[in-house]
Design a protein around this ligand. Structure first.
Ligand SMILES: NC(=O)c1ccc[n+]([C@@H]2O[C@H](COP(=O)([O-])OP(=O)(O)OC[C@H]3O[C@@H](n4cnc5c(N)ncnc54)[C@H](O)[C@@H]3O)[C@@H](O)[C@H]2O)c1
Length: 244
């Protein structure tokens, strides 16, 4: 028995990659491909999809998750842009319906390891800043990965970032956006795909964690793993690291 998967946002860059990955996976069967013009609930019901992977747009993702849950399928969400409040609301909705799923700010193994070790290092080196770099077609900033990294670091240092001294910004925004008091700087350029540095600094030394997704293929093992794992979940999990 294989797992029936529908891909929403199937005609976009990540969607196409996901369609190919599912088509070549021995335990997953692609039962539908939907895009902007489709009736998502009807497509899920007509196809009998058990899992729906969503790589669409930050403005659409919240409503898409509601539709997926209401149609009785398990969401595997890669689309960025969900706020913490929206994630909590969706988790409540999934719990009410007793449906499992996953929201992953990043599906690549290397990025998840970067976040995990950033959380560890911050216990010893709490002065930290994040630089994330993406292609210039990315619709939102900062990236979900950068926000998740800051959240995970904050878990271990309890918002006690020591580096922030008063600084007059001659140009507003020069010190980046703050998430849990951790500065995040977002770069958007052609030629980039998805990259991040987490830079820790202490007296006389720095330590840099750097992750580079060079090809979108890097996200596919995580997406396929999530499609399998959500079948056994009874809650909506946030972060790929929670199911590895
Ligand atoms: N979690 C991860 O590991 C990861 C990795 C890469 C990209 N992303 C995120 O995935 C999302 C998609 O990225 P992309 O590069 O494939 O973008 P893209 O623009 O190439 O593709 C998005 C597709 O979704 C479609 N779409 C837009 N609104 C829709 C809706 N309401 N319903 C159905 N389809 C809709 C668009 O028409 C397009 O075909 C972005 O939010 C991006 O940040 C996440």
């Amino acid at each position: 028995m294989t797992i029936k998967v529908l891909v929403n946002g199937a005609f976009g860059r990540m969607g196409q990659m996901t369609v190919n990955a599912i088509n070549t996976h021995p335990r997953l069967t692609l039962v539908g491909q939907t895009g902007r013009e489709y009736d998502l609930v009807k497509s899920i019901q007509d196809s009998g999809a058990e899992v729906v992977v969503d790589f669409t747009h930050p403005e659409a993702v919240y409503n898409n998750v509601i539709k997926i849950l209401d149609a009785g399928a398990r969401p595997v969400i890669g689309t960025s842009g969900l706020t913490k409040e929206q994630v909590v609301k969706l988790q409540h909705r999934a719990a009410e319906l007793k449906i499992g799923g996953l929201i992953a700010p990043n599906f690549s193994l290397g990025a998840v390891l970067m976040m995990k070790y950033a959380r560890e290092i911050a216990k010893y080196m709490p002065n930290v800043e994040i630089i994330e770099m993406h292609h210039n077609n990315k619709a939102d900033a900062p990236s979900g990965t950068a926000i998740r990294t800051a959240e995970m670091i904050a878990e271990s240092i309890h918002d006690q970032v020591a580096c922030e001294k008063p600084c007059h910004e001659t140009l507003k925004g020069s010190r980046g956006a703050k998430c849990h008091n951790i500065p995040i700087h977002a770069i958007r350029l052609p030629g980039l795909l998805a990259h991040q540095q987490v830079i820790f600094g202490e007296s006389g030394e720095t330590l840099t964690l750097r992750h580079d997704s060079i090809e979108r293929q890097s996200f596919m093992p995580g997406v396929c793993l999530a499609c399998e794992k959500v079948m056994k979940l009874d809650r909506l999990v946030y972060g790929l690291e929670e199911i590895l």
